[in-house]
Design a binder for this molecule. Structure first.
Ligand code: 4AZ
Length: 247
């Protein structure tokens, strides 16, 4: 995250840190005790071996373990969206991880670990709506390494017209744009897969998954996010979750 501020995990308790072996790979969001929603481009298409993947919840610093607040999981299943296409401008950049802890248990709710709400299908917030992004990624585009601490930043939703006005972005209907008015706050490399959450009537909803952008915090180059509310049916079909919560 460029700009914004360091945050304790308790302010983004759905935040997941995804590792491949010992190496930090991507962010993610806990949408149910056994399920993390993230970006498809974080994984090797088709042949990702879940045995190498680990998910940490409740993590504030990536270089240390706080056993009192953290929960660690292996990955049972990696589900990439079947129409994710890395060559066609990252359309359908969304993936699900089924996580499993000791003796098959999933995430346990605490001050540092909790689920985020999914927005109702096809909901859209108005342009200019303030949301927040979080991640352990780079603090500037030219940085050598990721942040050692979780960061969060406020960004606002940008219309498709404004998003493409000064950029050569090829947006699909499955993407939303967000940025800060002065272009000082943005997601960056390493934040991929992480949350764009928006407070609607006092509840936090996961409206976006960090996906791509031209550099980080560059003028007229907003961050691009997978539009989560387009995927309610896919999430239900793949997980069996939320089956009776529509309507
Ligand atoms: C990346 O390379 C990346 N500024 C993620 C987000 C953004 C740019 C790049 C958005 O993972």
């Amino acid at each position: 995250i460029v700009g914004g501020s360091f945050a304790a995990i308790e302010s983004q308790p759905w935040m997941a840190a995804i590792y491949r072996d010992r190496k930090f790979q991507c962010g993610g969001s806990l949408i149910a005790p056994c399920w993390v929603l993230t970006a498809a481009h974080c994984f090797h298409e088709q042949n990702e071996d879940p045995q190498h993947l680990f998910v940490h919840l409740g993590k504030t610093a990536t270089n240390e373990t706080d056993a009192k607040r953290e929960q660690t999981f292996t990955v049972e299943k990696v589900i990439l969206h079947h129409r994710f296409n890395i060559s066609s401008s990252f359309d359908n950049d969304i993936a699900l991880l089924k996580i499993s802890g000791e003796d098959g248990k999933c995430a346990v709710k605490s001050a540092s670990v909790r689920t985020v709400c999914l927005p109702p299908a096809n909901t859209q917030l108005p342009v200019g709506f303030q949301c927040s992004i979080a991640g352990y990624g780079r603090e500037k585009f030219s940085a050598w390494a990721n942040s050692k601490h979780l960061k969060e930043a406020e960004v606002s939703l940008i219309s498709r017209i404004d998003c493409t006005r000064e950029s050569d972005y090829n947006l699909t209907n499955n993407m939303i744009c967000a940025g800060s008015q002065d272009w000082t706050r943005d997601a960056c490399k390493g934040d991929s897969g992480g949350p764009l959450v928006c407070d609607v009537s006092g509840r936090m909803f996961l409206f976006g998954v960090v996906s791509w952008g031209d550099g980080c915090a560059m003028k007229n180059k907003p961050g691009v996010y997978t539009k989560v509310s387009n995927y309610n049916r896919w999430i239900t079909a793949e997980t069996g979750l939320f089956k009776y919560t529509r309507g």
